[in-house]
Design a protein around this ligand. Structure first.
Ligand SMILES: N[C@@H](CCC(=O)N[C@@H](CS)C(=O)NCC(=O)O)C(=O)O
Length: 223
């Protein structure tokens, strides 16, 4: 199976797919696509919403990270990253949706855009009001994630790594590019969890690639 991922490594949704492949032991190529400005009409043919990532498998295209992960899960059984139990599967999808519509949309994306992408990568102005609004919402989301890890669970679903952890690990990399580390004093379990996920071989390889790309400008790599 030839796997190609179209997108920028700085997108949490592209990274989710990259980390999923890394966890599955699937090798892949990356075609860099940065979704800024009007999408290229050629790209719209494989991604009708103009979004990244697109998973290309032997000349076919899946233009969504969840769709891509579901395909890979079905093709490559080991290690399982989707729970077998029906309730657990439903709960994992809830956590993924929560991470996307809560942590990502309300907190990570505004911080990433207005603290990192605009001022650092694009030399554009930032919107301080958007940063303030995200920071005001951050504790609510960190409390919720802390509660989901209650009982010192290794992973969001308990003992086994799932797509929910891949998703959280990916979003927290952008938080770190935005200069936002989890405060271990307030959220000790969440802080330890993020460190644990980012120390895995899968995420270590991804973080090494990002160090090469933005190591000189990202607060994540500041000593
Ligand atoms: N649900 C999609 C979300 C993808 C997404 O929002 N990607 C962003 C980059 S982080 C994008 O391509 N945005 C460009 C646009 O919306 O035009 C997935 O998981 O693949």
């Amino acid at each position: 199976m030839n796997v190609t991922i179209h997108g920028t490594i700085m997108s949490p949704w592209v990274r989710r797919l990259l980390a999923f492949c890394e966890e599955k032991g699937v090798s892949y190529d990356i075609v860099n696509v940065v979704p800024l400005g009007d999408p290229d009409p050629e790209f719209l043919k494989i991604s009708p919403l103009g979004k990244v990532p697109v998973l290309e498998i032997d000349g076919r295209f899946l233009p969504d990270s969840l769709a891509g992960c579901a395909f890979l899960e079905s093709e490559i059984a080991d290690p399982p990253l989707f729970p077998k139990d029906s309730w657990d599967l439903g709960w994992m999808h809830w956590l993924c949706d929560y991470l996307a519509t809560g942590l990502f949309s309300k907190v990570e994306a505004p911080l990433f855009i207005h603290r990192f992408v605009n001022p650092v990568l694009l030399q554009k102005e930032s919107d301080q009001a958007a940063i303030d609004q995200a920071l005001a919402l951050l504790p609510r989301h960190f409390h919720y994630l802390e509660s989901q890890l209650d009982g010192d669970k290794s992973f969001l679903m308990g003992d086994a790594m799932t797509l929910a952890d891949v998703t959280a690990g990916s979003i927290f990399i952008n938080m770190r590019h935005a200069g936002e580390e989890v405060d271990a004093g307030q959220w000790p379990t969440l802080a330890a969890y993020v460190d644990r996920i980012h120390s895995r071989p899968s995420f270590s390889r991804i973080i090494a690639r990002e160090r090469e790309a933005v190591g000189e400008v990202s607060p994540m790599f500041a000593d």
